[in-house]
Design a protein around this ligand. Structure first.
Ligand code: CO
Ligand code: ZN
Length: 330
């Protein structure tokens, strides 16, 4: 699982610019699914046909996109001004290594904040080593998006830190579930969605096309196990989190029960997750057509939306076992 995660976190894929991630996933899944296509939003949609013609359609969605910084202006000294793409914090954008799709690297820096002002995006700039606006514009264009540079490493025995863990860890999980699924009774549609970080836009159109009976989002969730953070009551290493609700969706209670029961049958640890903020592709799926029963299986993650998002590999394995049991047991 580590190798798969490492491979996927190291691919450039800001929101709206996910094609390299989709290319990588396509290579991994080619020959292992019944069909595979991309839609106008850039979603990669793959399918494993169920053996039962009366079977259900289950959509599993993991988003490919990653938060970033879009260039909005260039100073005459060559520094780039930026706006956020998705929920990227000013705090975590201090003096970090970033890079652009076409390979230009930079350092994102916070300039001194004038007294009385709170740190904001307007205080950040990217230094790409250019001495003038002309030199900068020869290497980047307005609208180019920088993301935190690749830096995937092991943390202790079971944990891994990297930017883009949200949500490539779930892309890796979904790939490994699809590869392991053998002749499912129900049709399983894997959606690697786009633009989740700016409002679950890819999942919205994908769910409309897929017409699922059940939609399960696979995503990271926040942690409540560092000294000053107690909510959500979710801990790394304590198993897959089954979401009860967040700001974007209230999971269908039966789906929650089925997921928890599947975890129990699979013999893995699960946690009940109530997240006071945030949302997943489940929020978009549930409001598709005349409504869809949804749930979310989450991977607990520390420091979400920073350059060092930390997960525990045991939780990913637990989620994998839970999903395989769930998909073959009803
Ligand atoms: Co996110
Ligand atoms: Zn996410």
């Amino acid at each position: 699982m580590y190798e798969l995660i490492e491979k996927l976190v190291n691919v450039y894929g800001a929101a709206g610019r996910e094609s390299a991630v989709a290319d990588t996933l396509e290579t991994l899944l080619k020959g292992h699914v019944d069909d595979m296509r991309r839609d106008a939003m850039g979603n990669l949609i793959v399918q494993k046909r169920g053996s039962d013609p009366q079977g259900k359609r289950v959509m599993l969605s993991a988003h490919m996109d990653h938060i970033g910084f879009v260039v909005v202006a260039v100073e005459k000294e060559g520094f780039l001004r930026v706006m956020p793409v998705g929920g990227v914090g000013v705090e975590s954008g201090r003096t970090r290594h970033v890079y652009f799709q076409h390979g230009v690297h930079g350092v994102i820096v916070q300039q001194p904040v004038p007294q009385g002002e709170t740190p904001a995006m307007r205080h950040l700039f990217i230094d790409i080593g250019a001495a003038s606006d002309e030199e900068a514009l020869a290497r980047v264009s307005l609208g180019d998006v920088a993301v935190y540079a690749n830096d995937c490493f092991r943390l202790g025995e079971h944990r891994v830190a990297a930017p883009a863990m949200d949500d490539r860890v779930a892309c890796a999980l979904l790939v490994s579930v699809l590869l392991a699924l053998d002749q499912p009774r129900h049709t399983v549609i894997g959606v690697f969605s786009t633009q989740e970080e700016v409002g679950c836009r890819g999942a919205k159109t994908a769910a409309y096309a897929v017409e699922p009976d059940v939609g399960i989002a696979l995503d990271v969730t926040a942690h409540g196990d560092t000294p000053e953070t107690k909510l959500p009551a979710v801990k790394l290493g304590q198993g897959a989190a089954v979401k009860i609700m967040d700001r974007g969706s209230i999971s269908n209670p039966e789906v929650v029960q089925e997921l928890l029961a599947a975890g129990e049958r699979a013999g893995v640890k699960t946690q009940r997750e109530v997240l006071p903020f945030g949302g997943t592709d489940a929020g978009a799926m549930q409001l598709t057509r005349s409504g869809v029963r949804v749930g979310t299986v989450s991977i607990p993650c520390r420091y979400v939306h920073s350059a060092c998002e930390v997960i525990d590999l045991r939780d990913v394995e637990a989620a994998r076992a839970l999903l395989l049991e769930y998909l073959t047991s009803f």
